[in-house]
Design a protein around this ligand. Structure first.
Ligand code: ATP
Ligand code: MG
Ligand code: FE
Length: 350
C-alpha cells in the first residue's frame, strides 16, 4: 500500500511516504532552532511552526516520492501522545487531505510508529517484537505480538525518560538544547569509566523492566557542582561519557534480560535516543554475546519523522485494519497500548 504519514507531536513537522516497506520520501521541517534559546520546546511556537510548514512539507514529500496524491491508499497521522496543539495541526491537515482526496484516514500512536519504522530498514517485524523504546518523553520495554493492534508494556521509567535525562545533563554541562546529540559528540573524547555514576533500579529486588534516570541526573549535577565549587575545571567529555555509559548500560542490560525471559531472540530499539552511538554499539556487542539479533533503524529514522507514521499506516492498510472516523481526536496522553485511534463516532444504526 502507498501511504502518506504526517507527524507533528513535538517540534518536527514530518511527512513521509512509503509503499509497503519501501521508503519513498521523508520530508522533515524542524523548529528546533526557534526553541533553543528557551532551552526546551515551547508548545505555542511549535504549533505555529507546524502550521506554517505543513502544506509545503506535504508538497515536498509528494514531489520527492514522485507520486500523485490521488494514488495514495491512505493517510496516516500521529493522533498522540505529544503536545496537544502541535498534534491538532497534523490531525487537522490529515483530515483535510484525506477528506478532499476521498482516502481513508488512520490516526496512529507515535510510540508504535517509532517501532514500526524499522520495517523500512529491515523488513517485516518478527512477531512478537521485543522493543526498547527510548525517546524524549518515554522509556519502555514493549512486547508487541502485533504492531498494528497489540503492544504490551513490560516496564517503563518511573521518573525521567532517557532522552529527558540526556537533555537535562546537557543543560548542567552547558551544552545547549537538544542535549542528546551534544552529549553523544562530547562523549566520544571522554572516558566512560572516569566517574562511576549510579545505575538506577538494578538491585536484585528492583522491578526488572522498569527504569529510573532521575537519581542519575541528580548525581551528575551534584558531581559537577562539587567540581565547580572547588574551582576545578569540569571534564565535560569524561562526565558526558560516564553519564552516557550509565544510561546505556542499564538500557541494554534490561532489554536483553527481557528478551531472554520472554523467549524472544531479537531486539528492536527505537525512539530518538536510539540514535545514540554508544547505545548502538553496546547493544550490538551485548546482543551478539547473547545470541540476539539487533534491529536499530538508521539515525534519521530514530528521531521524529513522518516516514515512521506512514510505515505504521501502511501496515494498518495491509492488514485491513479499520480506518478512523472524521471526528478523530488528538490525544496528548494516548497510552502506548492504543496503537490506533478509531475516532469518537460509532456507525449509524441501520
Ligand atoms: P516521544 O517520542 O517520547 O514523544 P519525542 O518525540 O520528543 O518524545 P524523539 O524525537 O523520539 O522524542 O527523541 C528526542 C530525544 O532523543 C531528545 O531527548 C534527544 O536529546 C534524544 N536524542 C537524539 N539524538 C540523541 C543521541 N545521539 N544520543 C542521545 N539522545 C539523543
Ligand atoms: Mg524533536
Ligand atoms: Fe518521538
Amino acid at each position: 500500500p502507498l501511504v502518506l504519514g504526517i507527524e507533528t507531536s513535538c517540534d518536527e513537522t514530518g511527512v513521509g511516504i512509503v509503499r509497503g516497506h519501501t521508503l519513498l520520501a521523508d520530508a522533515v521541517a524542524s523548529s528546533v532552532d526557534d526553541h533553543a534559546r528557551y532551552g526546551g520546546v515551547v508548545p505555542e511556537i511549535a504549533s505555529r511552526a507546524h502550521l506554517e510548514a505543513m502544506v509545503p512539507t506535504i508538497q515536498r514529500a509528494l514531489k520527492e516520492a514522485g507520486v500523485a496524491a490521488s494514488d495514495l491508499d491512505g493517510i496516516a497521522v500521529t493522533a498522540g501522545p505529544g503536545l496537544a496543539g502541535a498534534l491538532l495541526v497534523g490531525v487537522s491537515a490529515a483530515k483535510a487531505y484525506a477528506y478532499a482526496l476521498g482516502k481513508p484516514l488512520y490516526g496512529v500512536n507515535h510510540l508504535a510508529s517509532h517501532i514500526c519504522v524499522d520495517q523500512l530498514e529491515h523488513g517485516a517485524l518478527p512477531e512478537p517484537t521485543m522493543a526498547l523504546l527510548v525517546s524524549g518523553g518515554h522509556s519502555s520495554l514493549l512486547l508487541a505480538p502485533d504492531i498494528t493492534s497489540d503492544v504490551r508494556p513490560l516496564g517503563s521509567t518511573i521518573d525521567d525518560a532517557a532522552g529527558e535525562a540526556f537533555d537535562k545533563v546537557a543543560r548542567v554541562l552547558g551544552l545547549g538544547f537538544p542535549g542528546g546529540p551534544a552529549i553523544d559528540r562530547h562523549a566520544r573524547d571522554g572516558d566512560p569509566k572516569a566517574i562511576r555514576f549510579p545505575r538506577g533500579l538494578t538491585g536484585p529486588r528492583d522491578a526488572p523492566y522498569d527504569f529510573s534516570f532521575s537519581g542519575l541526573k541528580t548525581a551528575v549535577a551534584r558531581w559537577v557542582e562539587a567540581q565547580r565549587r572547588d574551582g576545578v575545571d569540569v571534564p565535560v567529555a569524561d562526565v558526558a561519557a560516564s553519564f552516557q555509559e550509565a544510561v546505556v548500560d542499564v538500557l541494554t542490560r534490561k532489554a536483553i534480560r527481557a528478551c531472554k525471559e520472554n523467549g524472544v531472540d531479537h531486539l528492536m530499539i527505537g525512539g530518538g535516543v536510539a540514535a545514540n552511538s554508544r547505545l548502538r554499539s553496546l547493544a550490538l556487542e551485548r546482543c551478539e554475546d547473547a545470541g540476539i539479533v539487533l534491529r536499530v533503524p538508521r539515525r534519521e529514522l530514530c528521531t521524529d519523522n513522518g516516514a515512521m507514521v506512514a510505515a505504521l499506516g501502511a501496515e494498518m492498510v495491509a492488514r485491513n485494519r479499520p480506518s478512523s472516523t472524521w471526528d478523530l481526536p488528538a490525544d496528548s496522553s494516548l497510552p502506548v497500548t492504543e496503537v490506533s485511534v478509531p475516532g469518537h463516532s460509532h456507525p449509524d444504526p441501520e
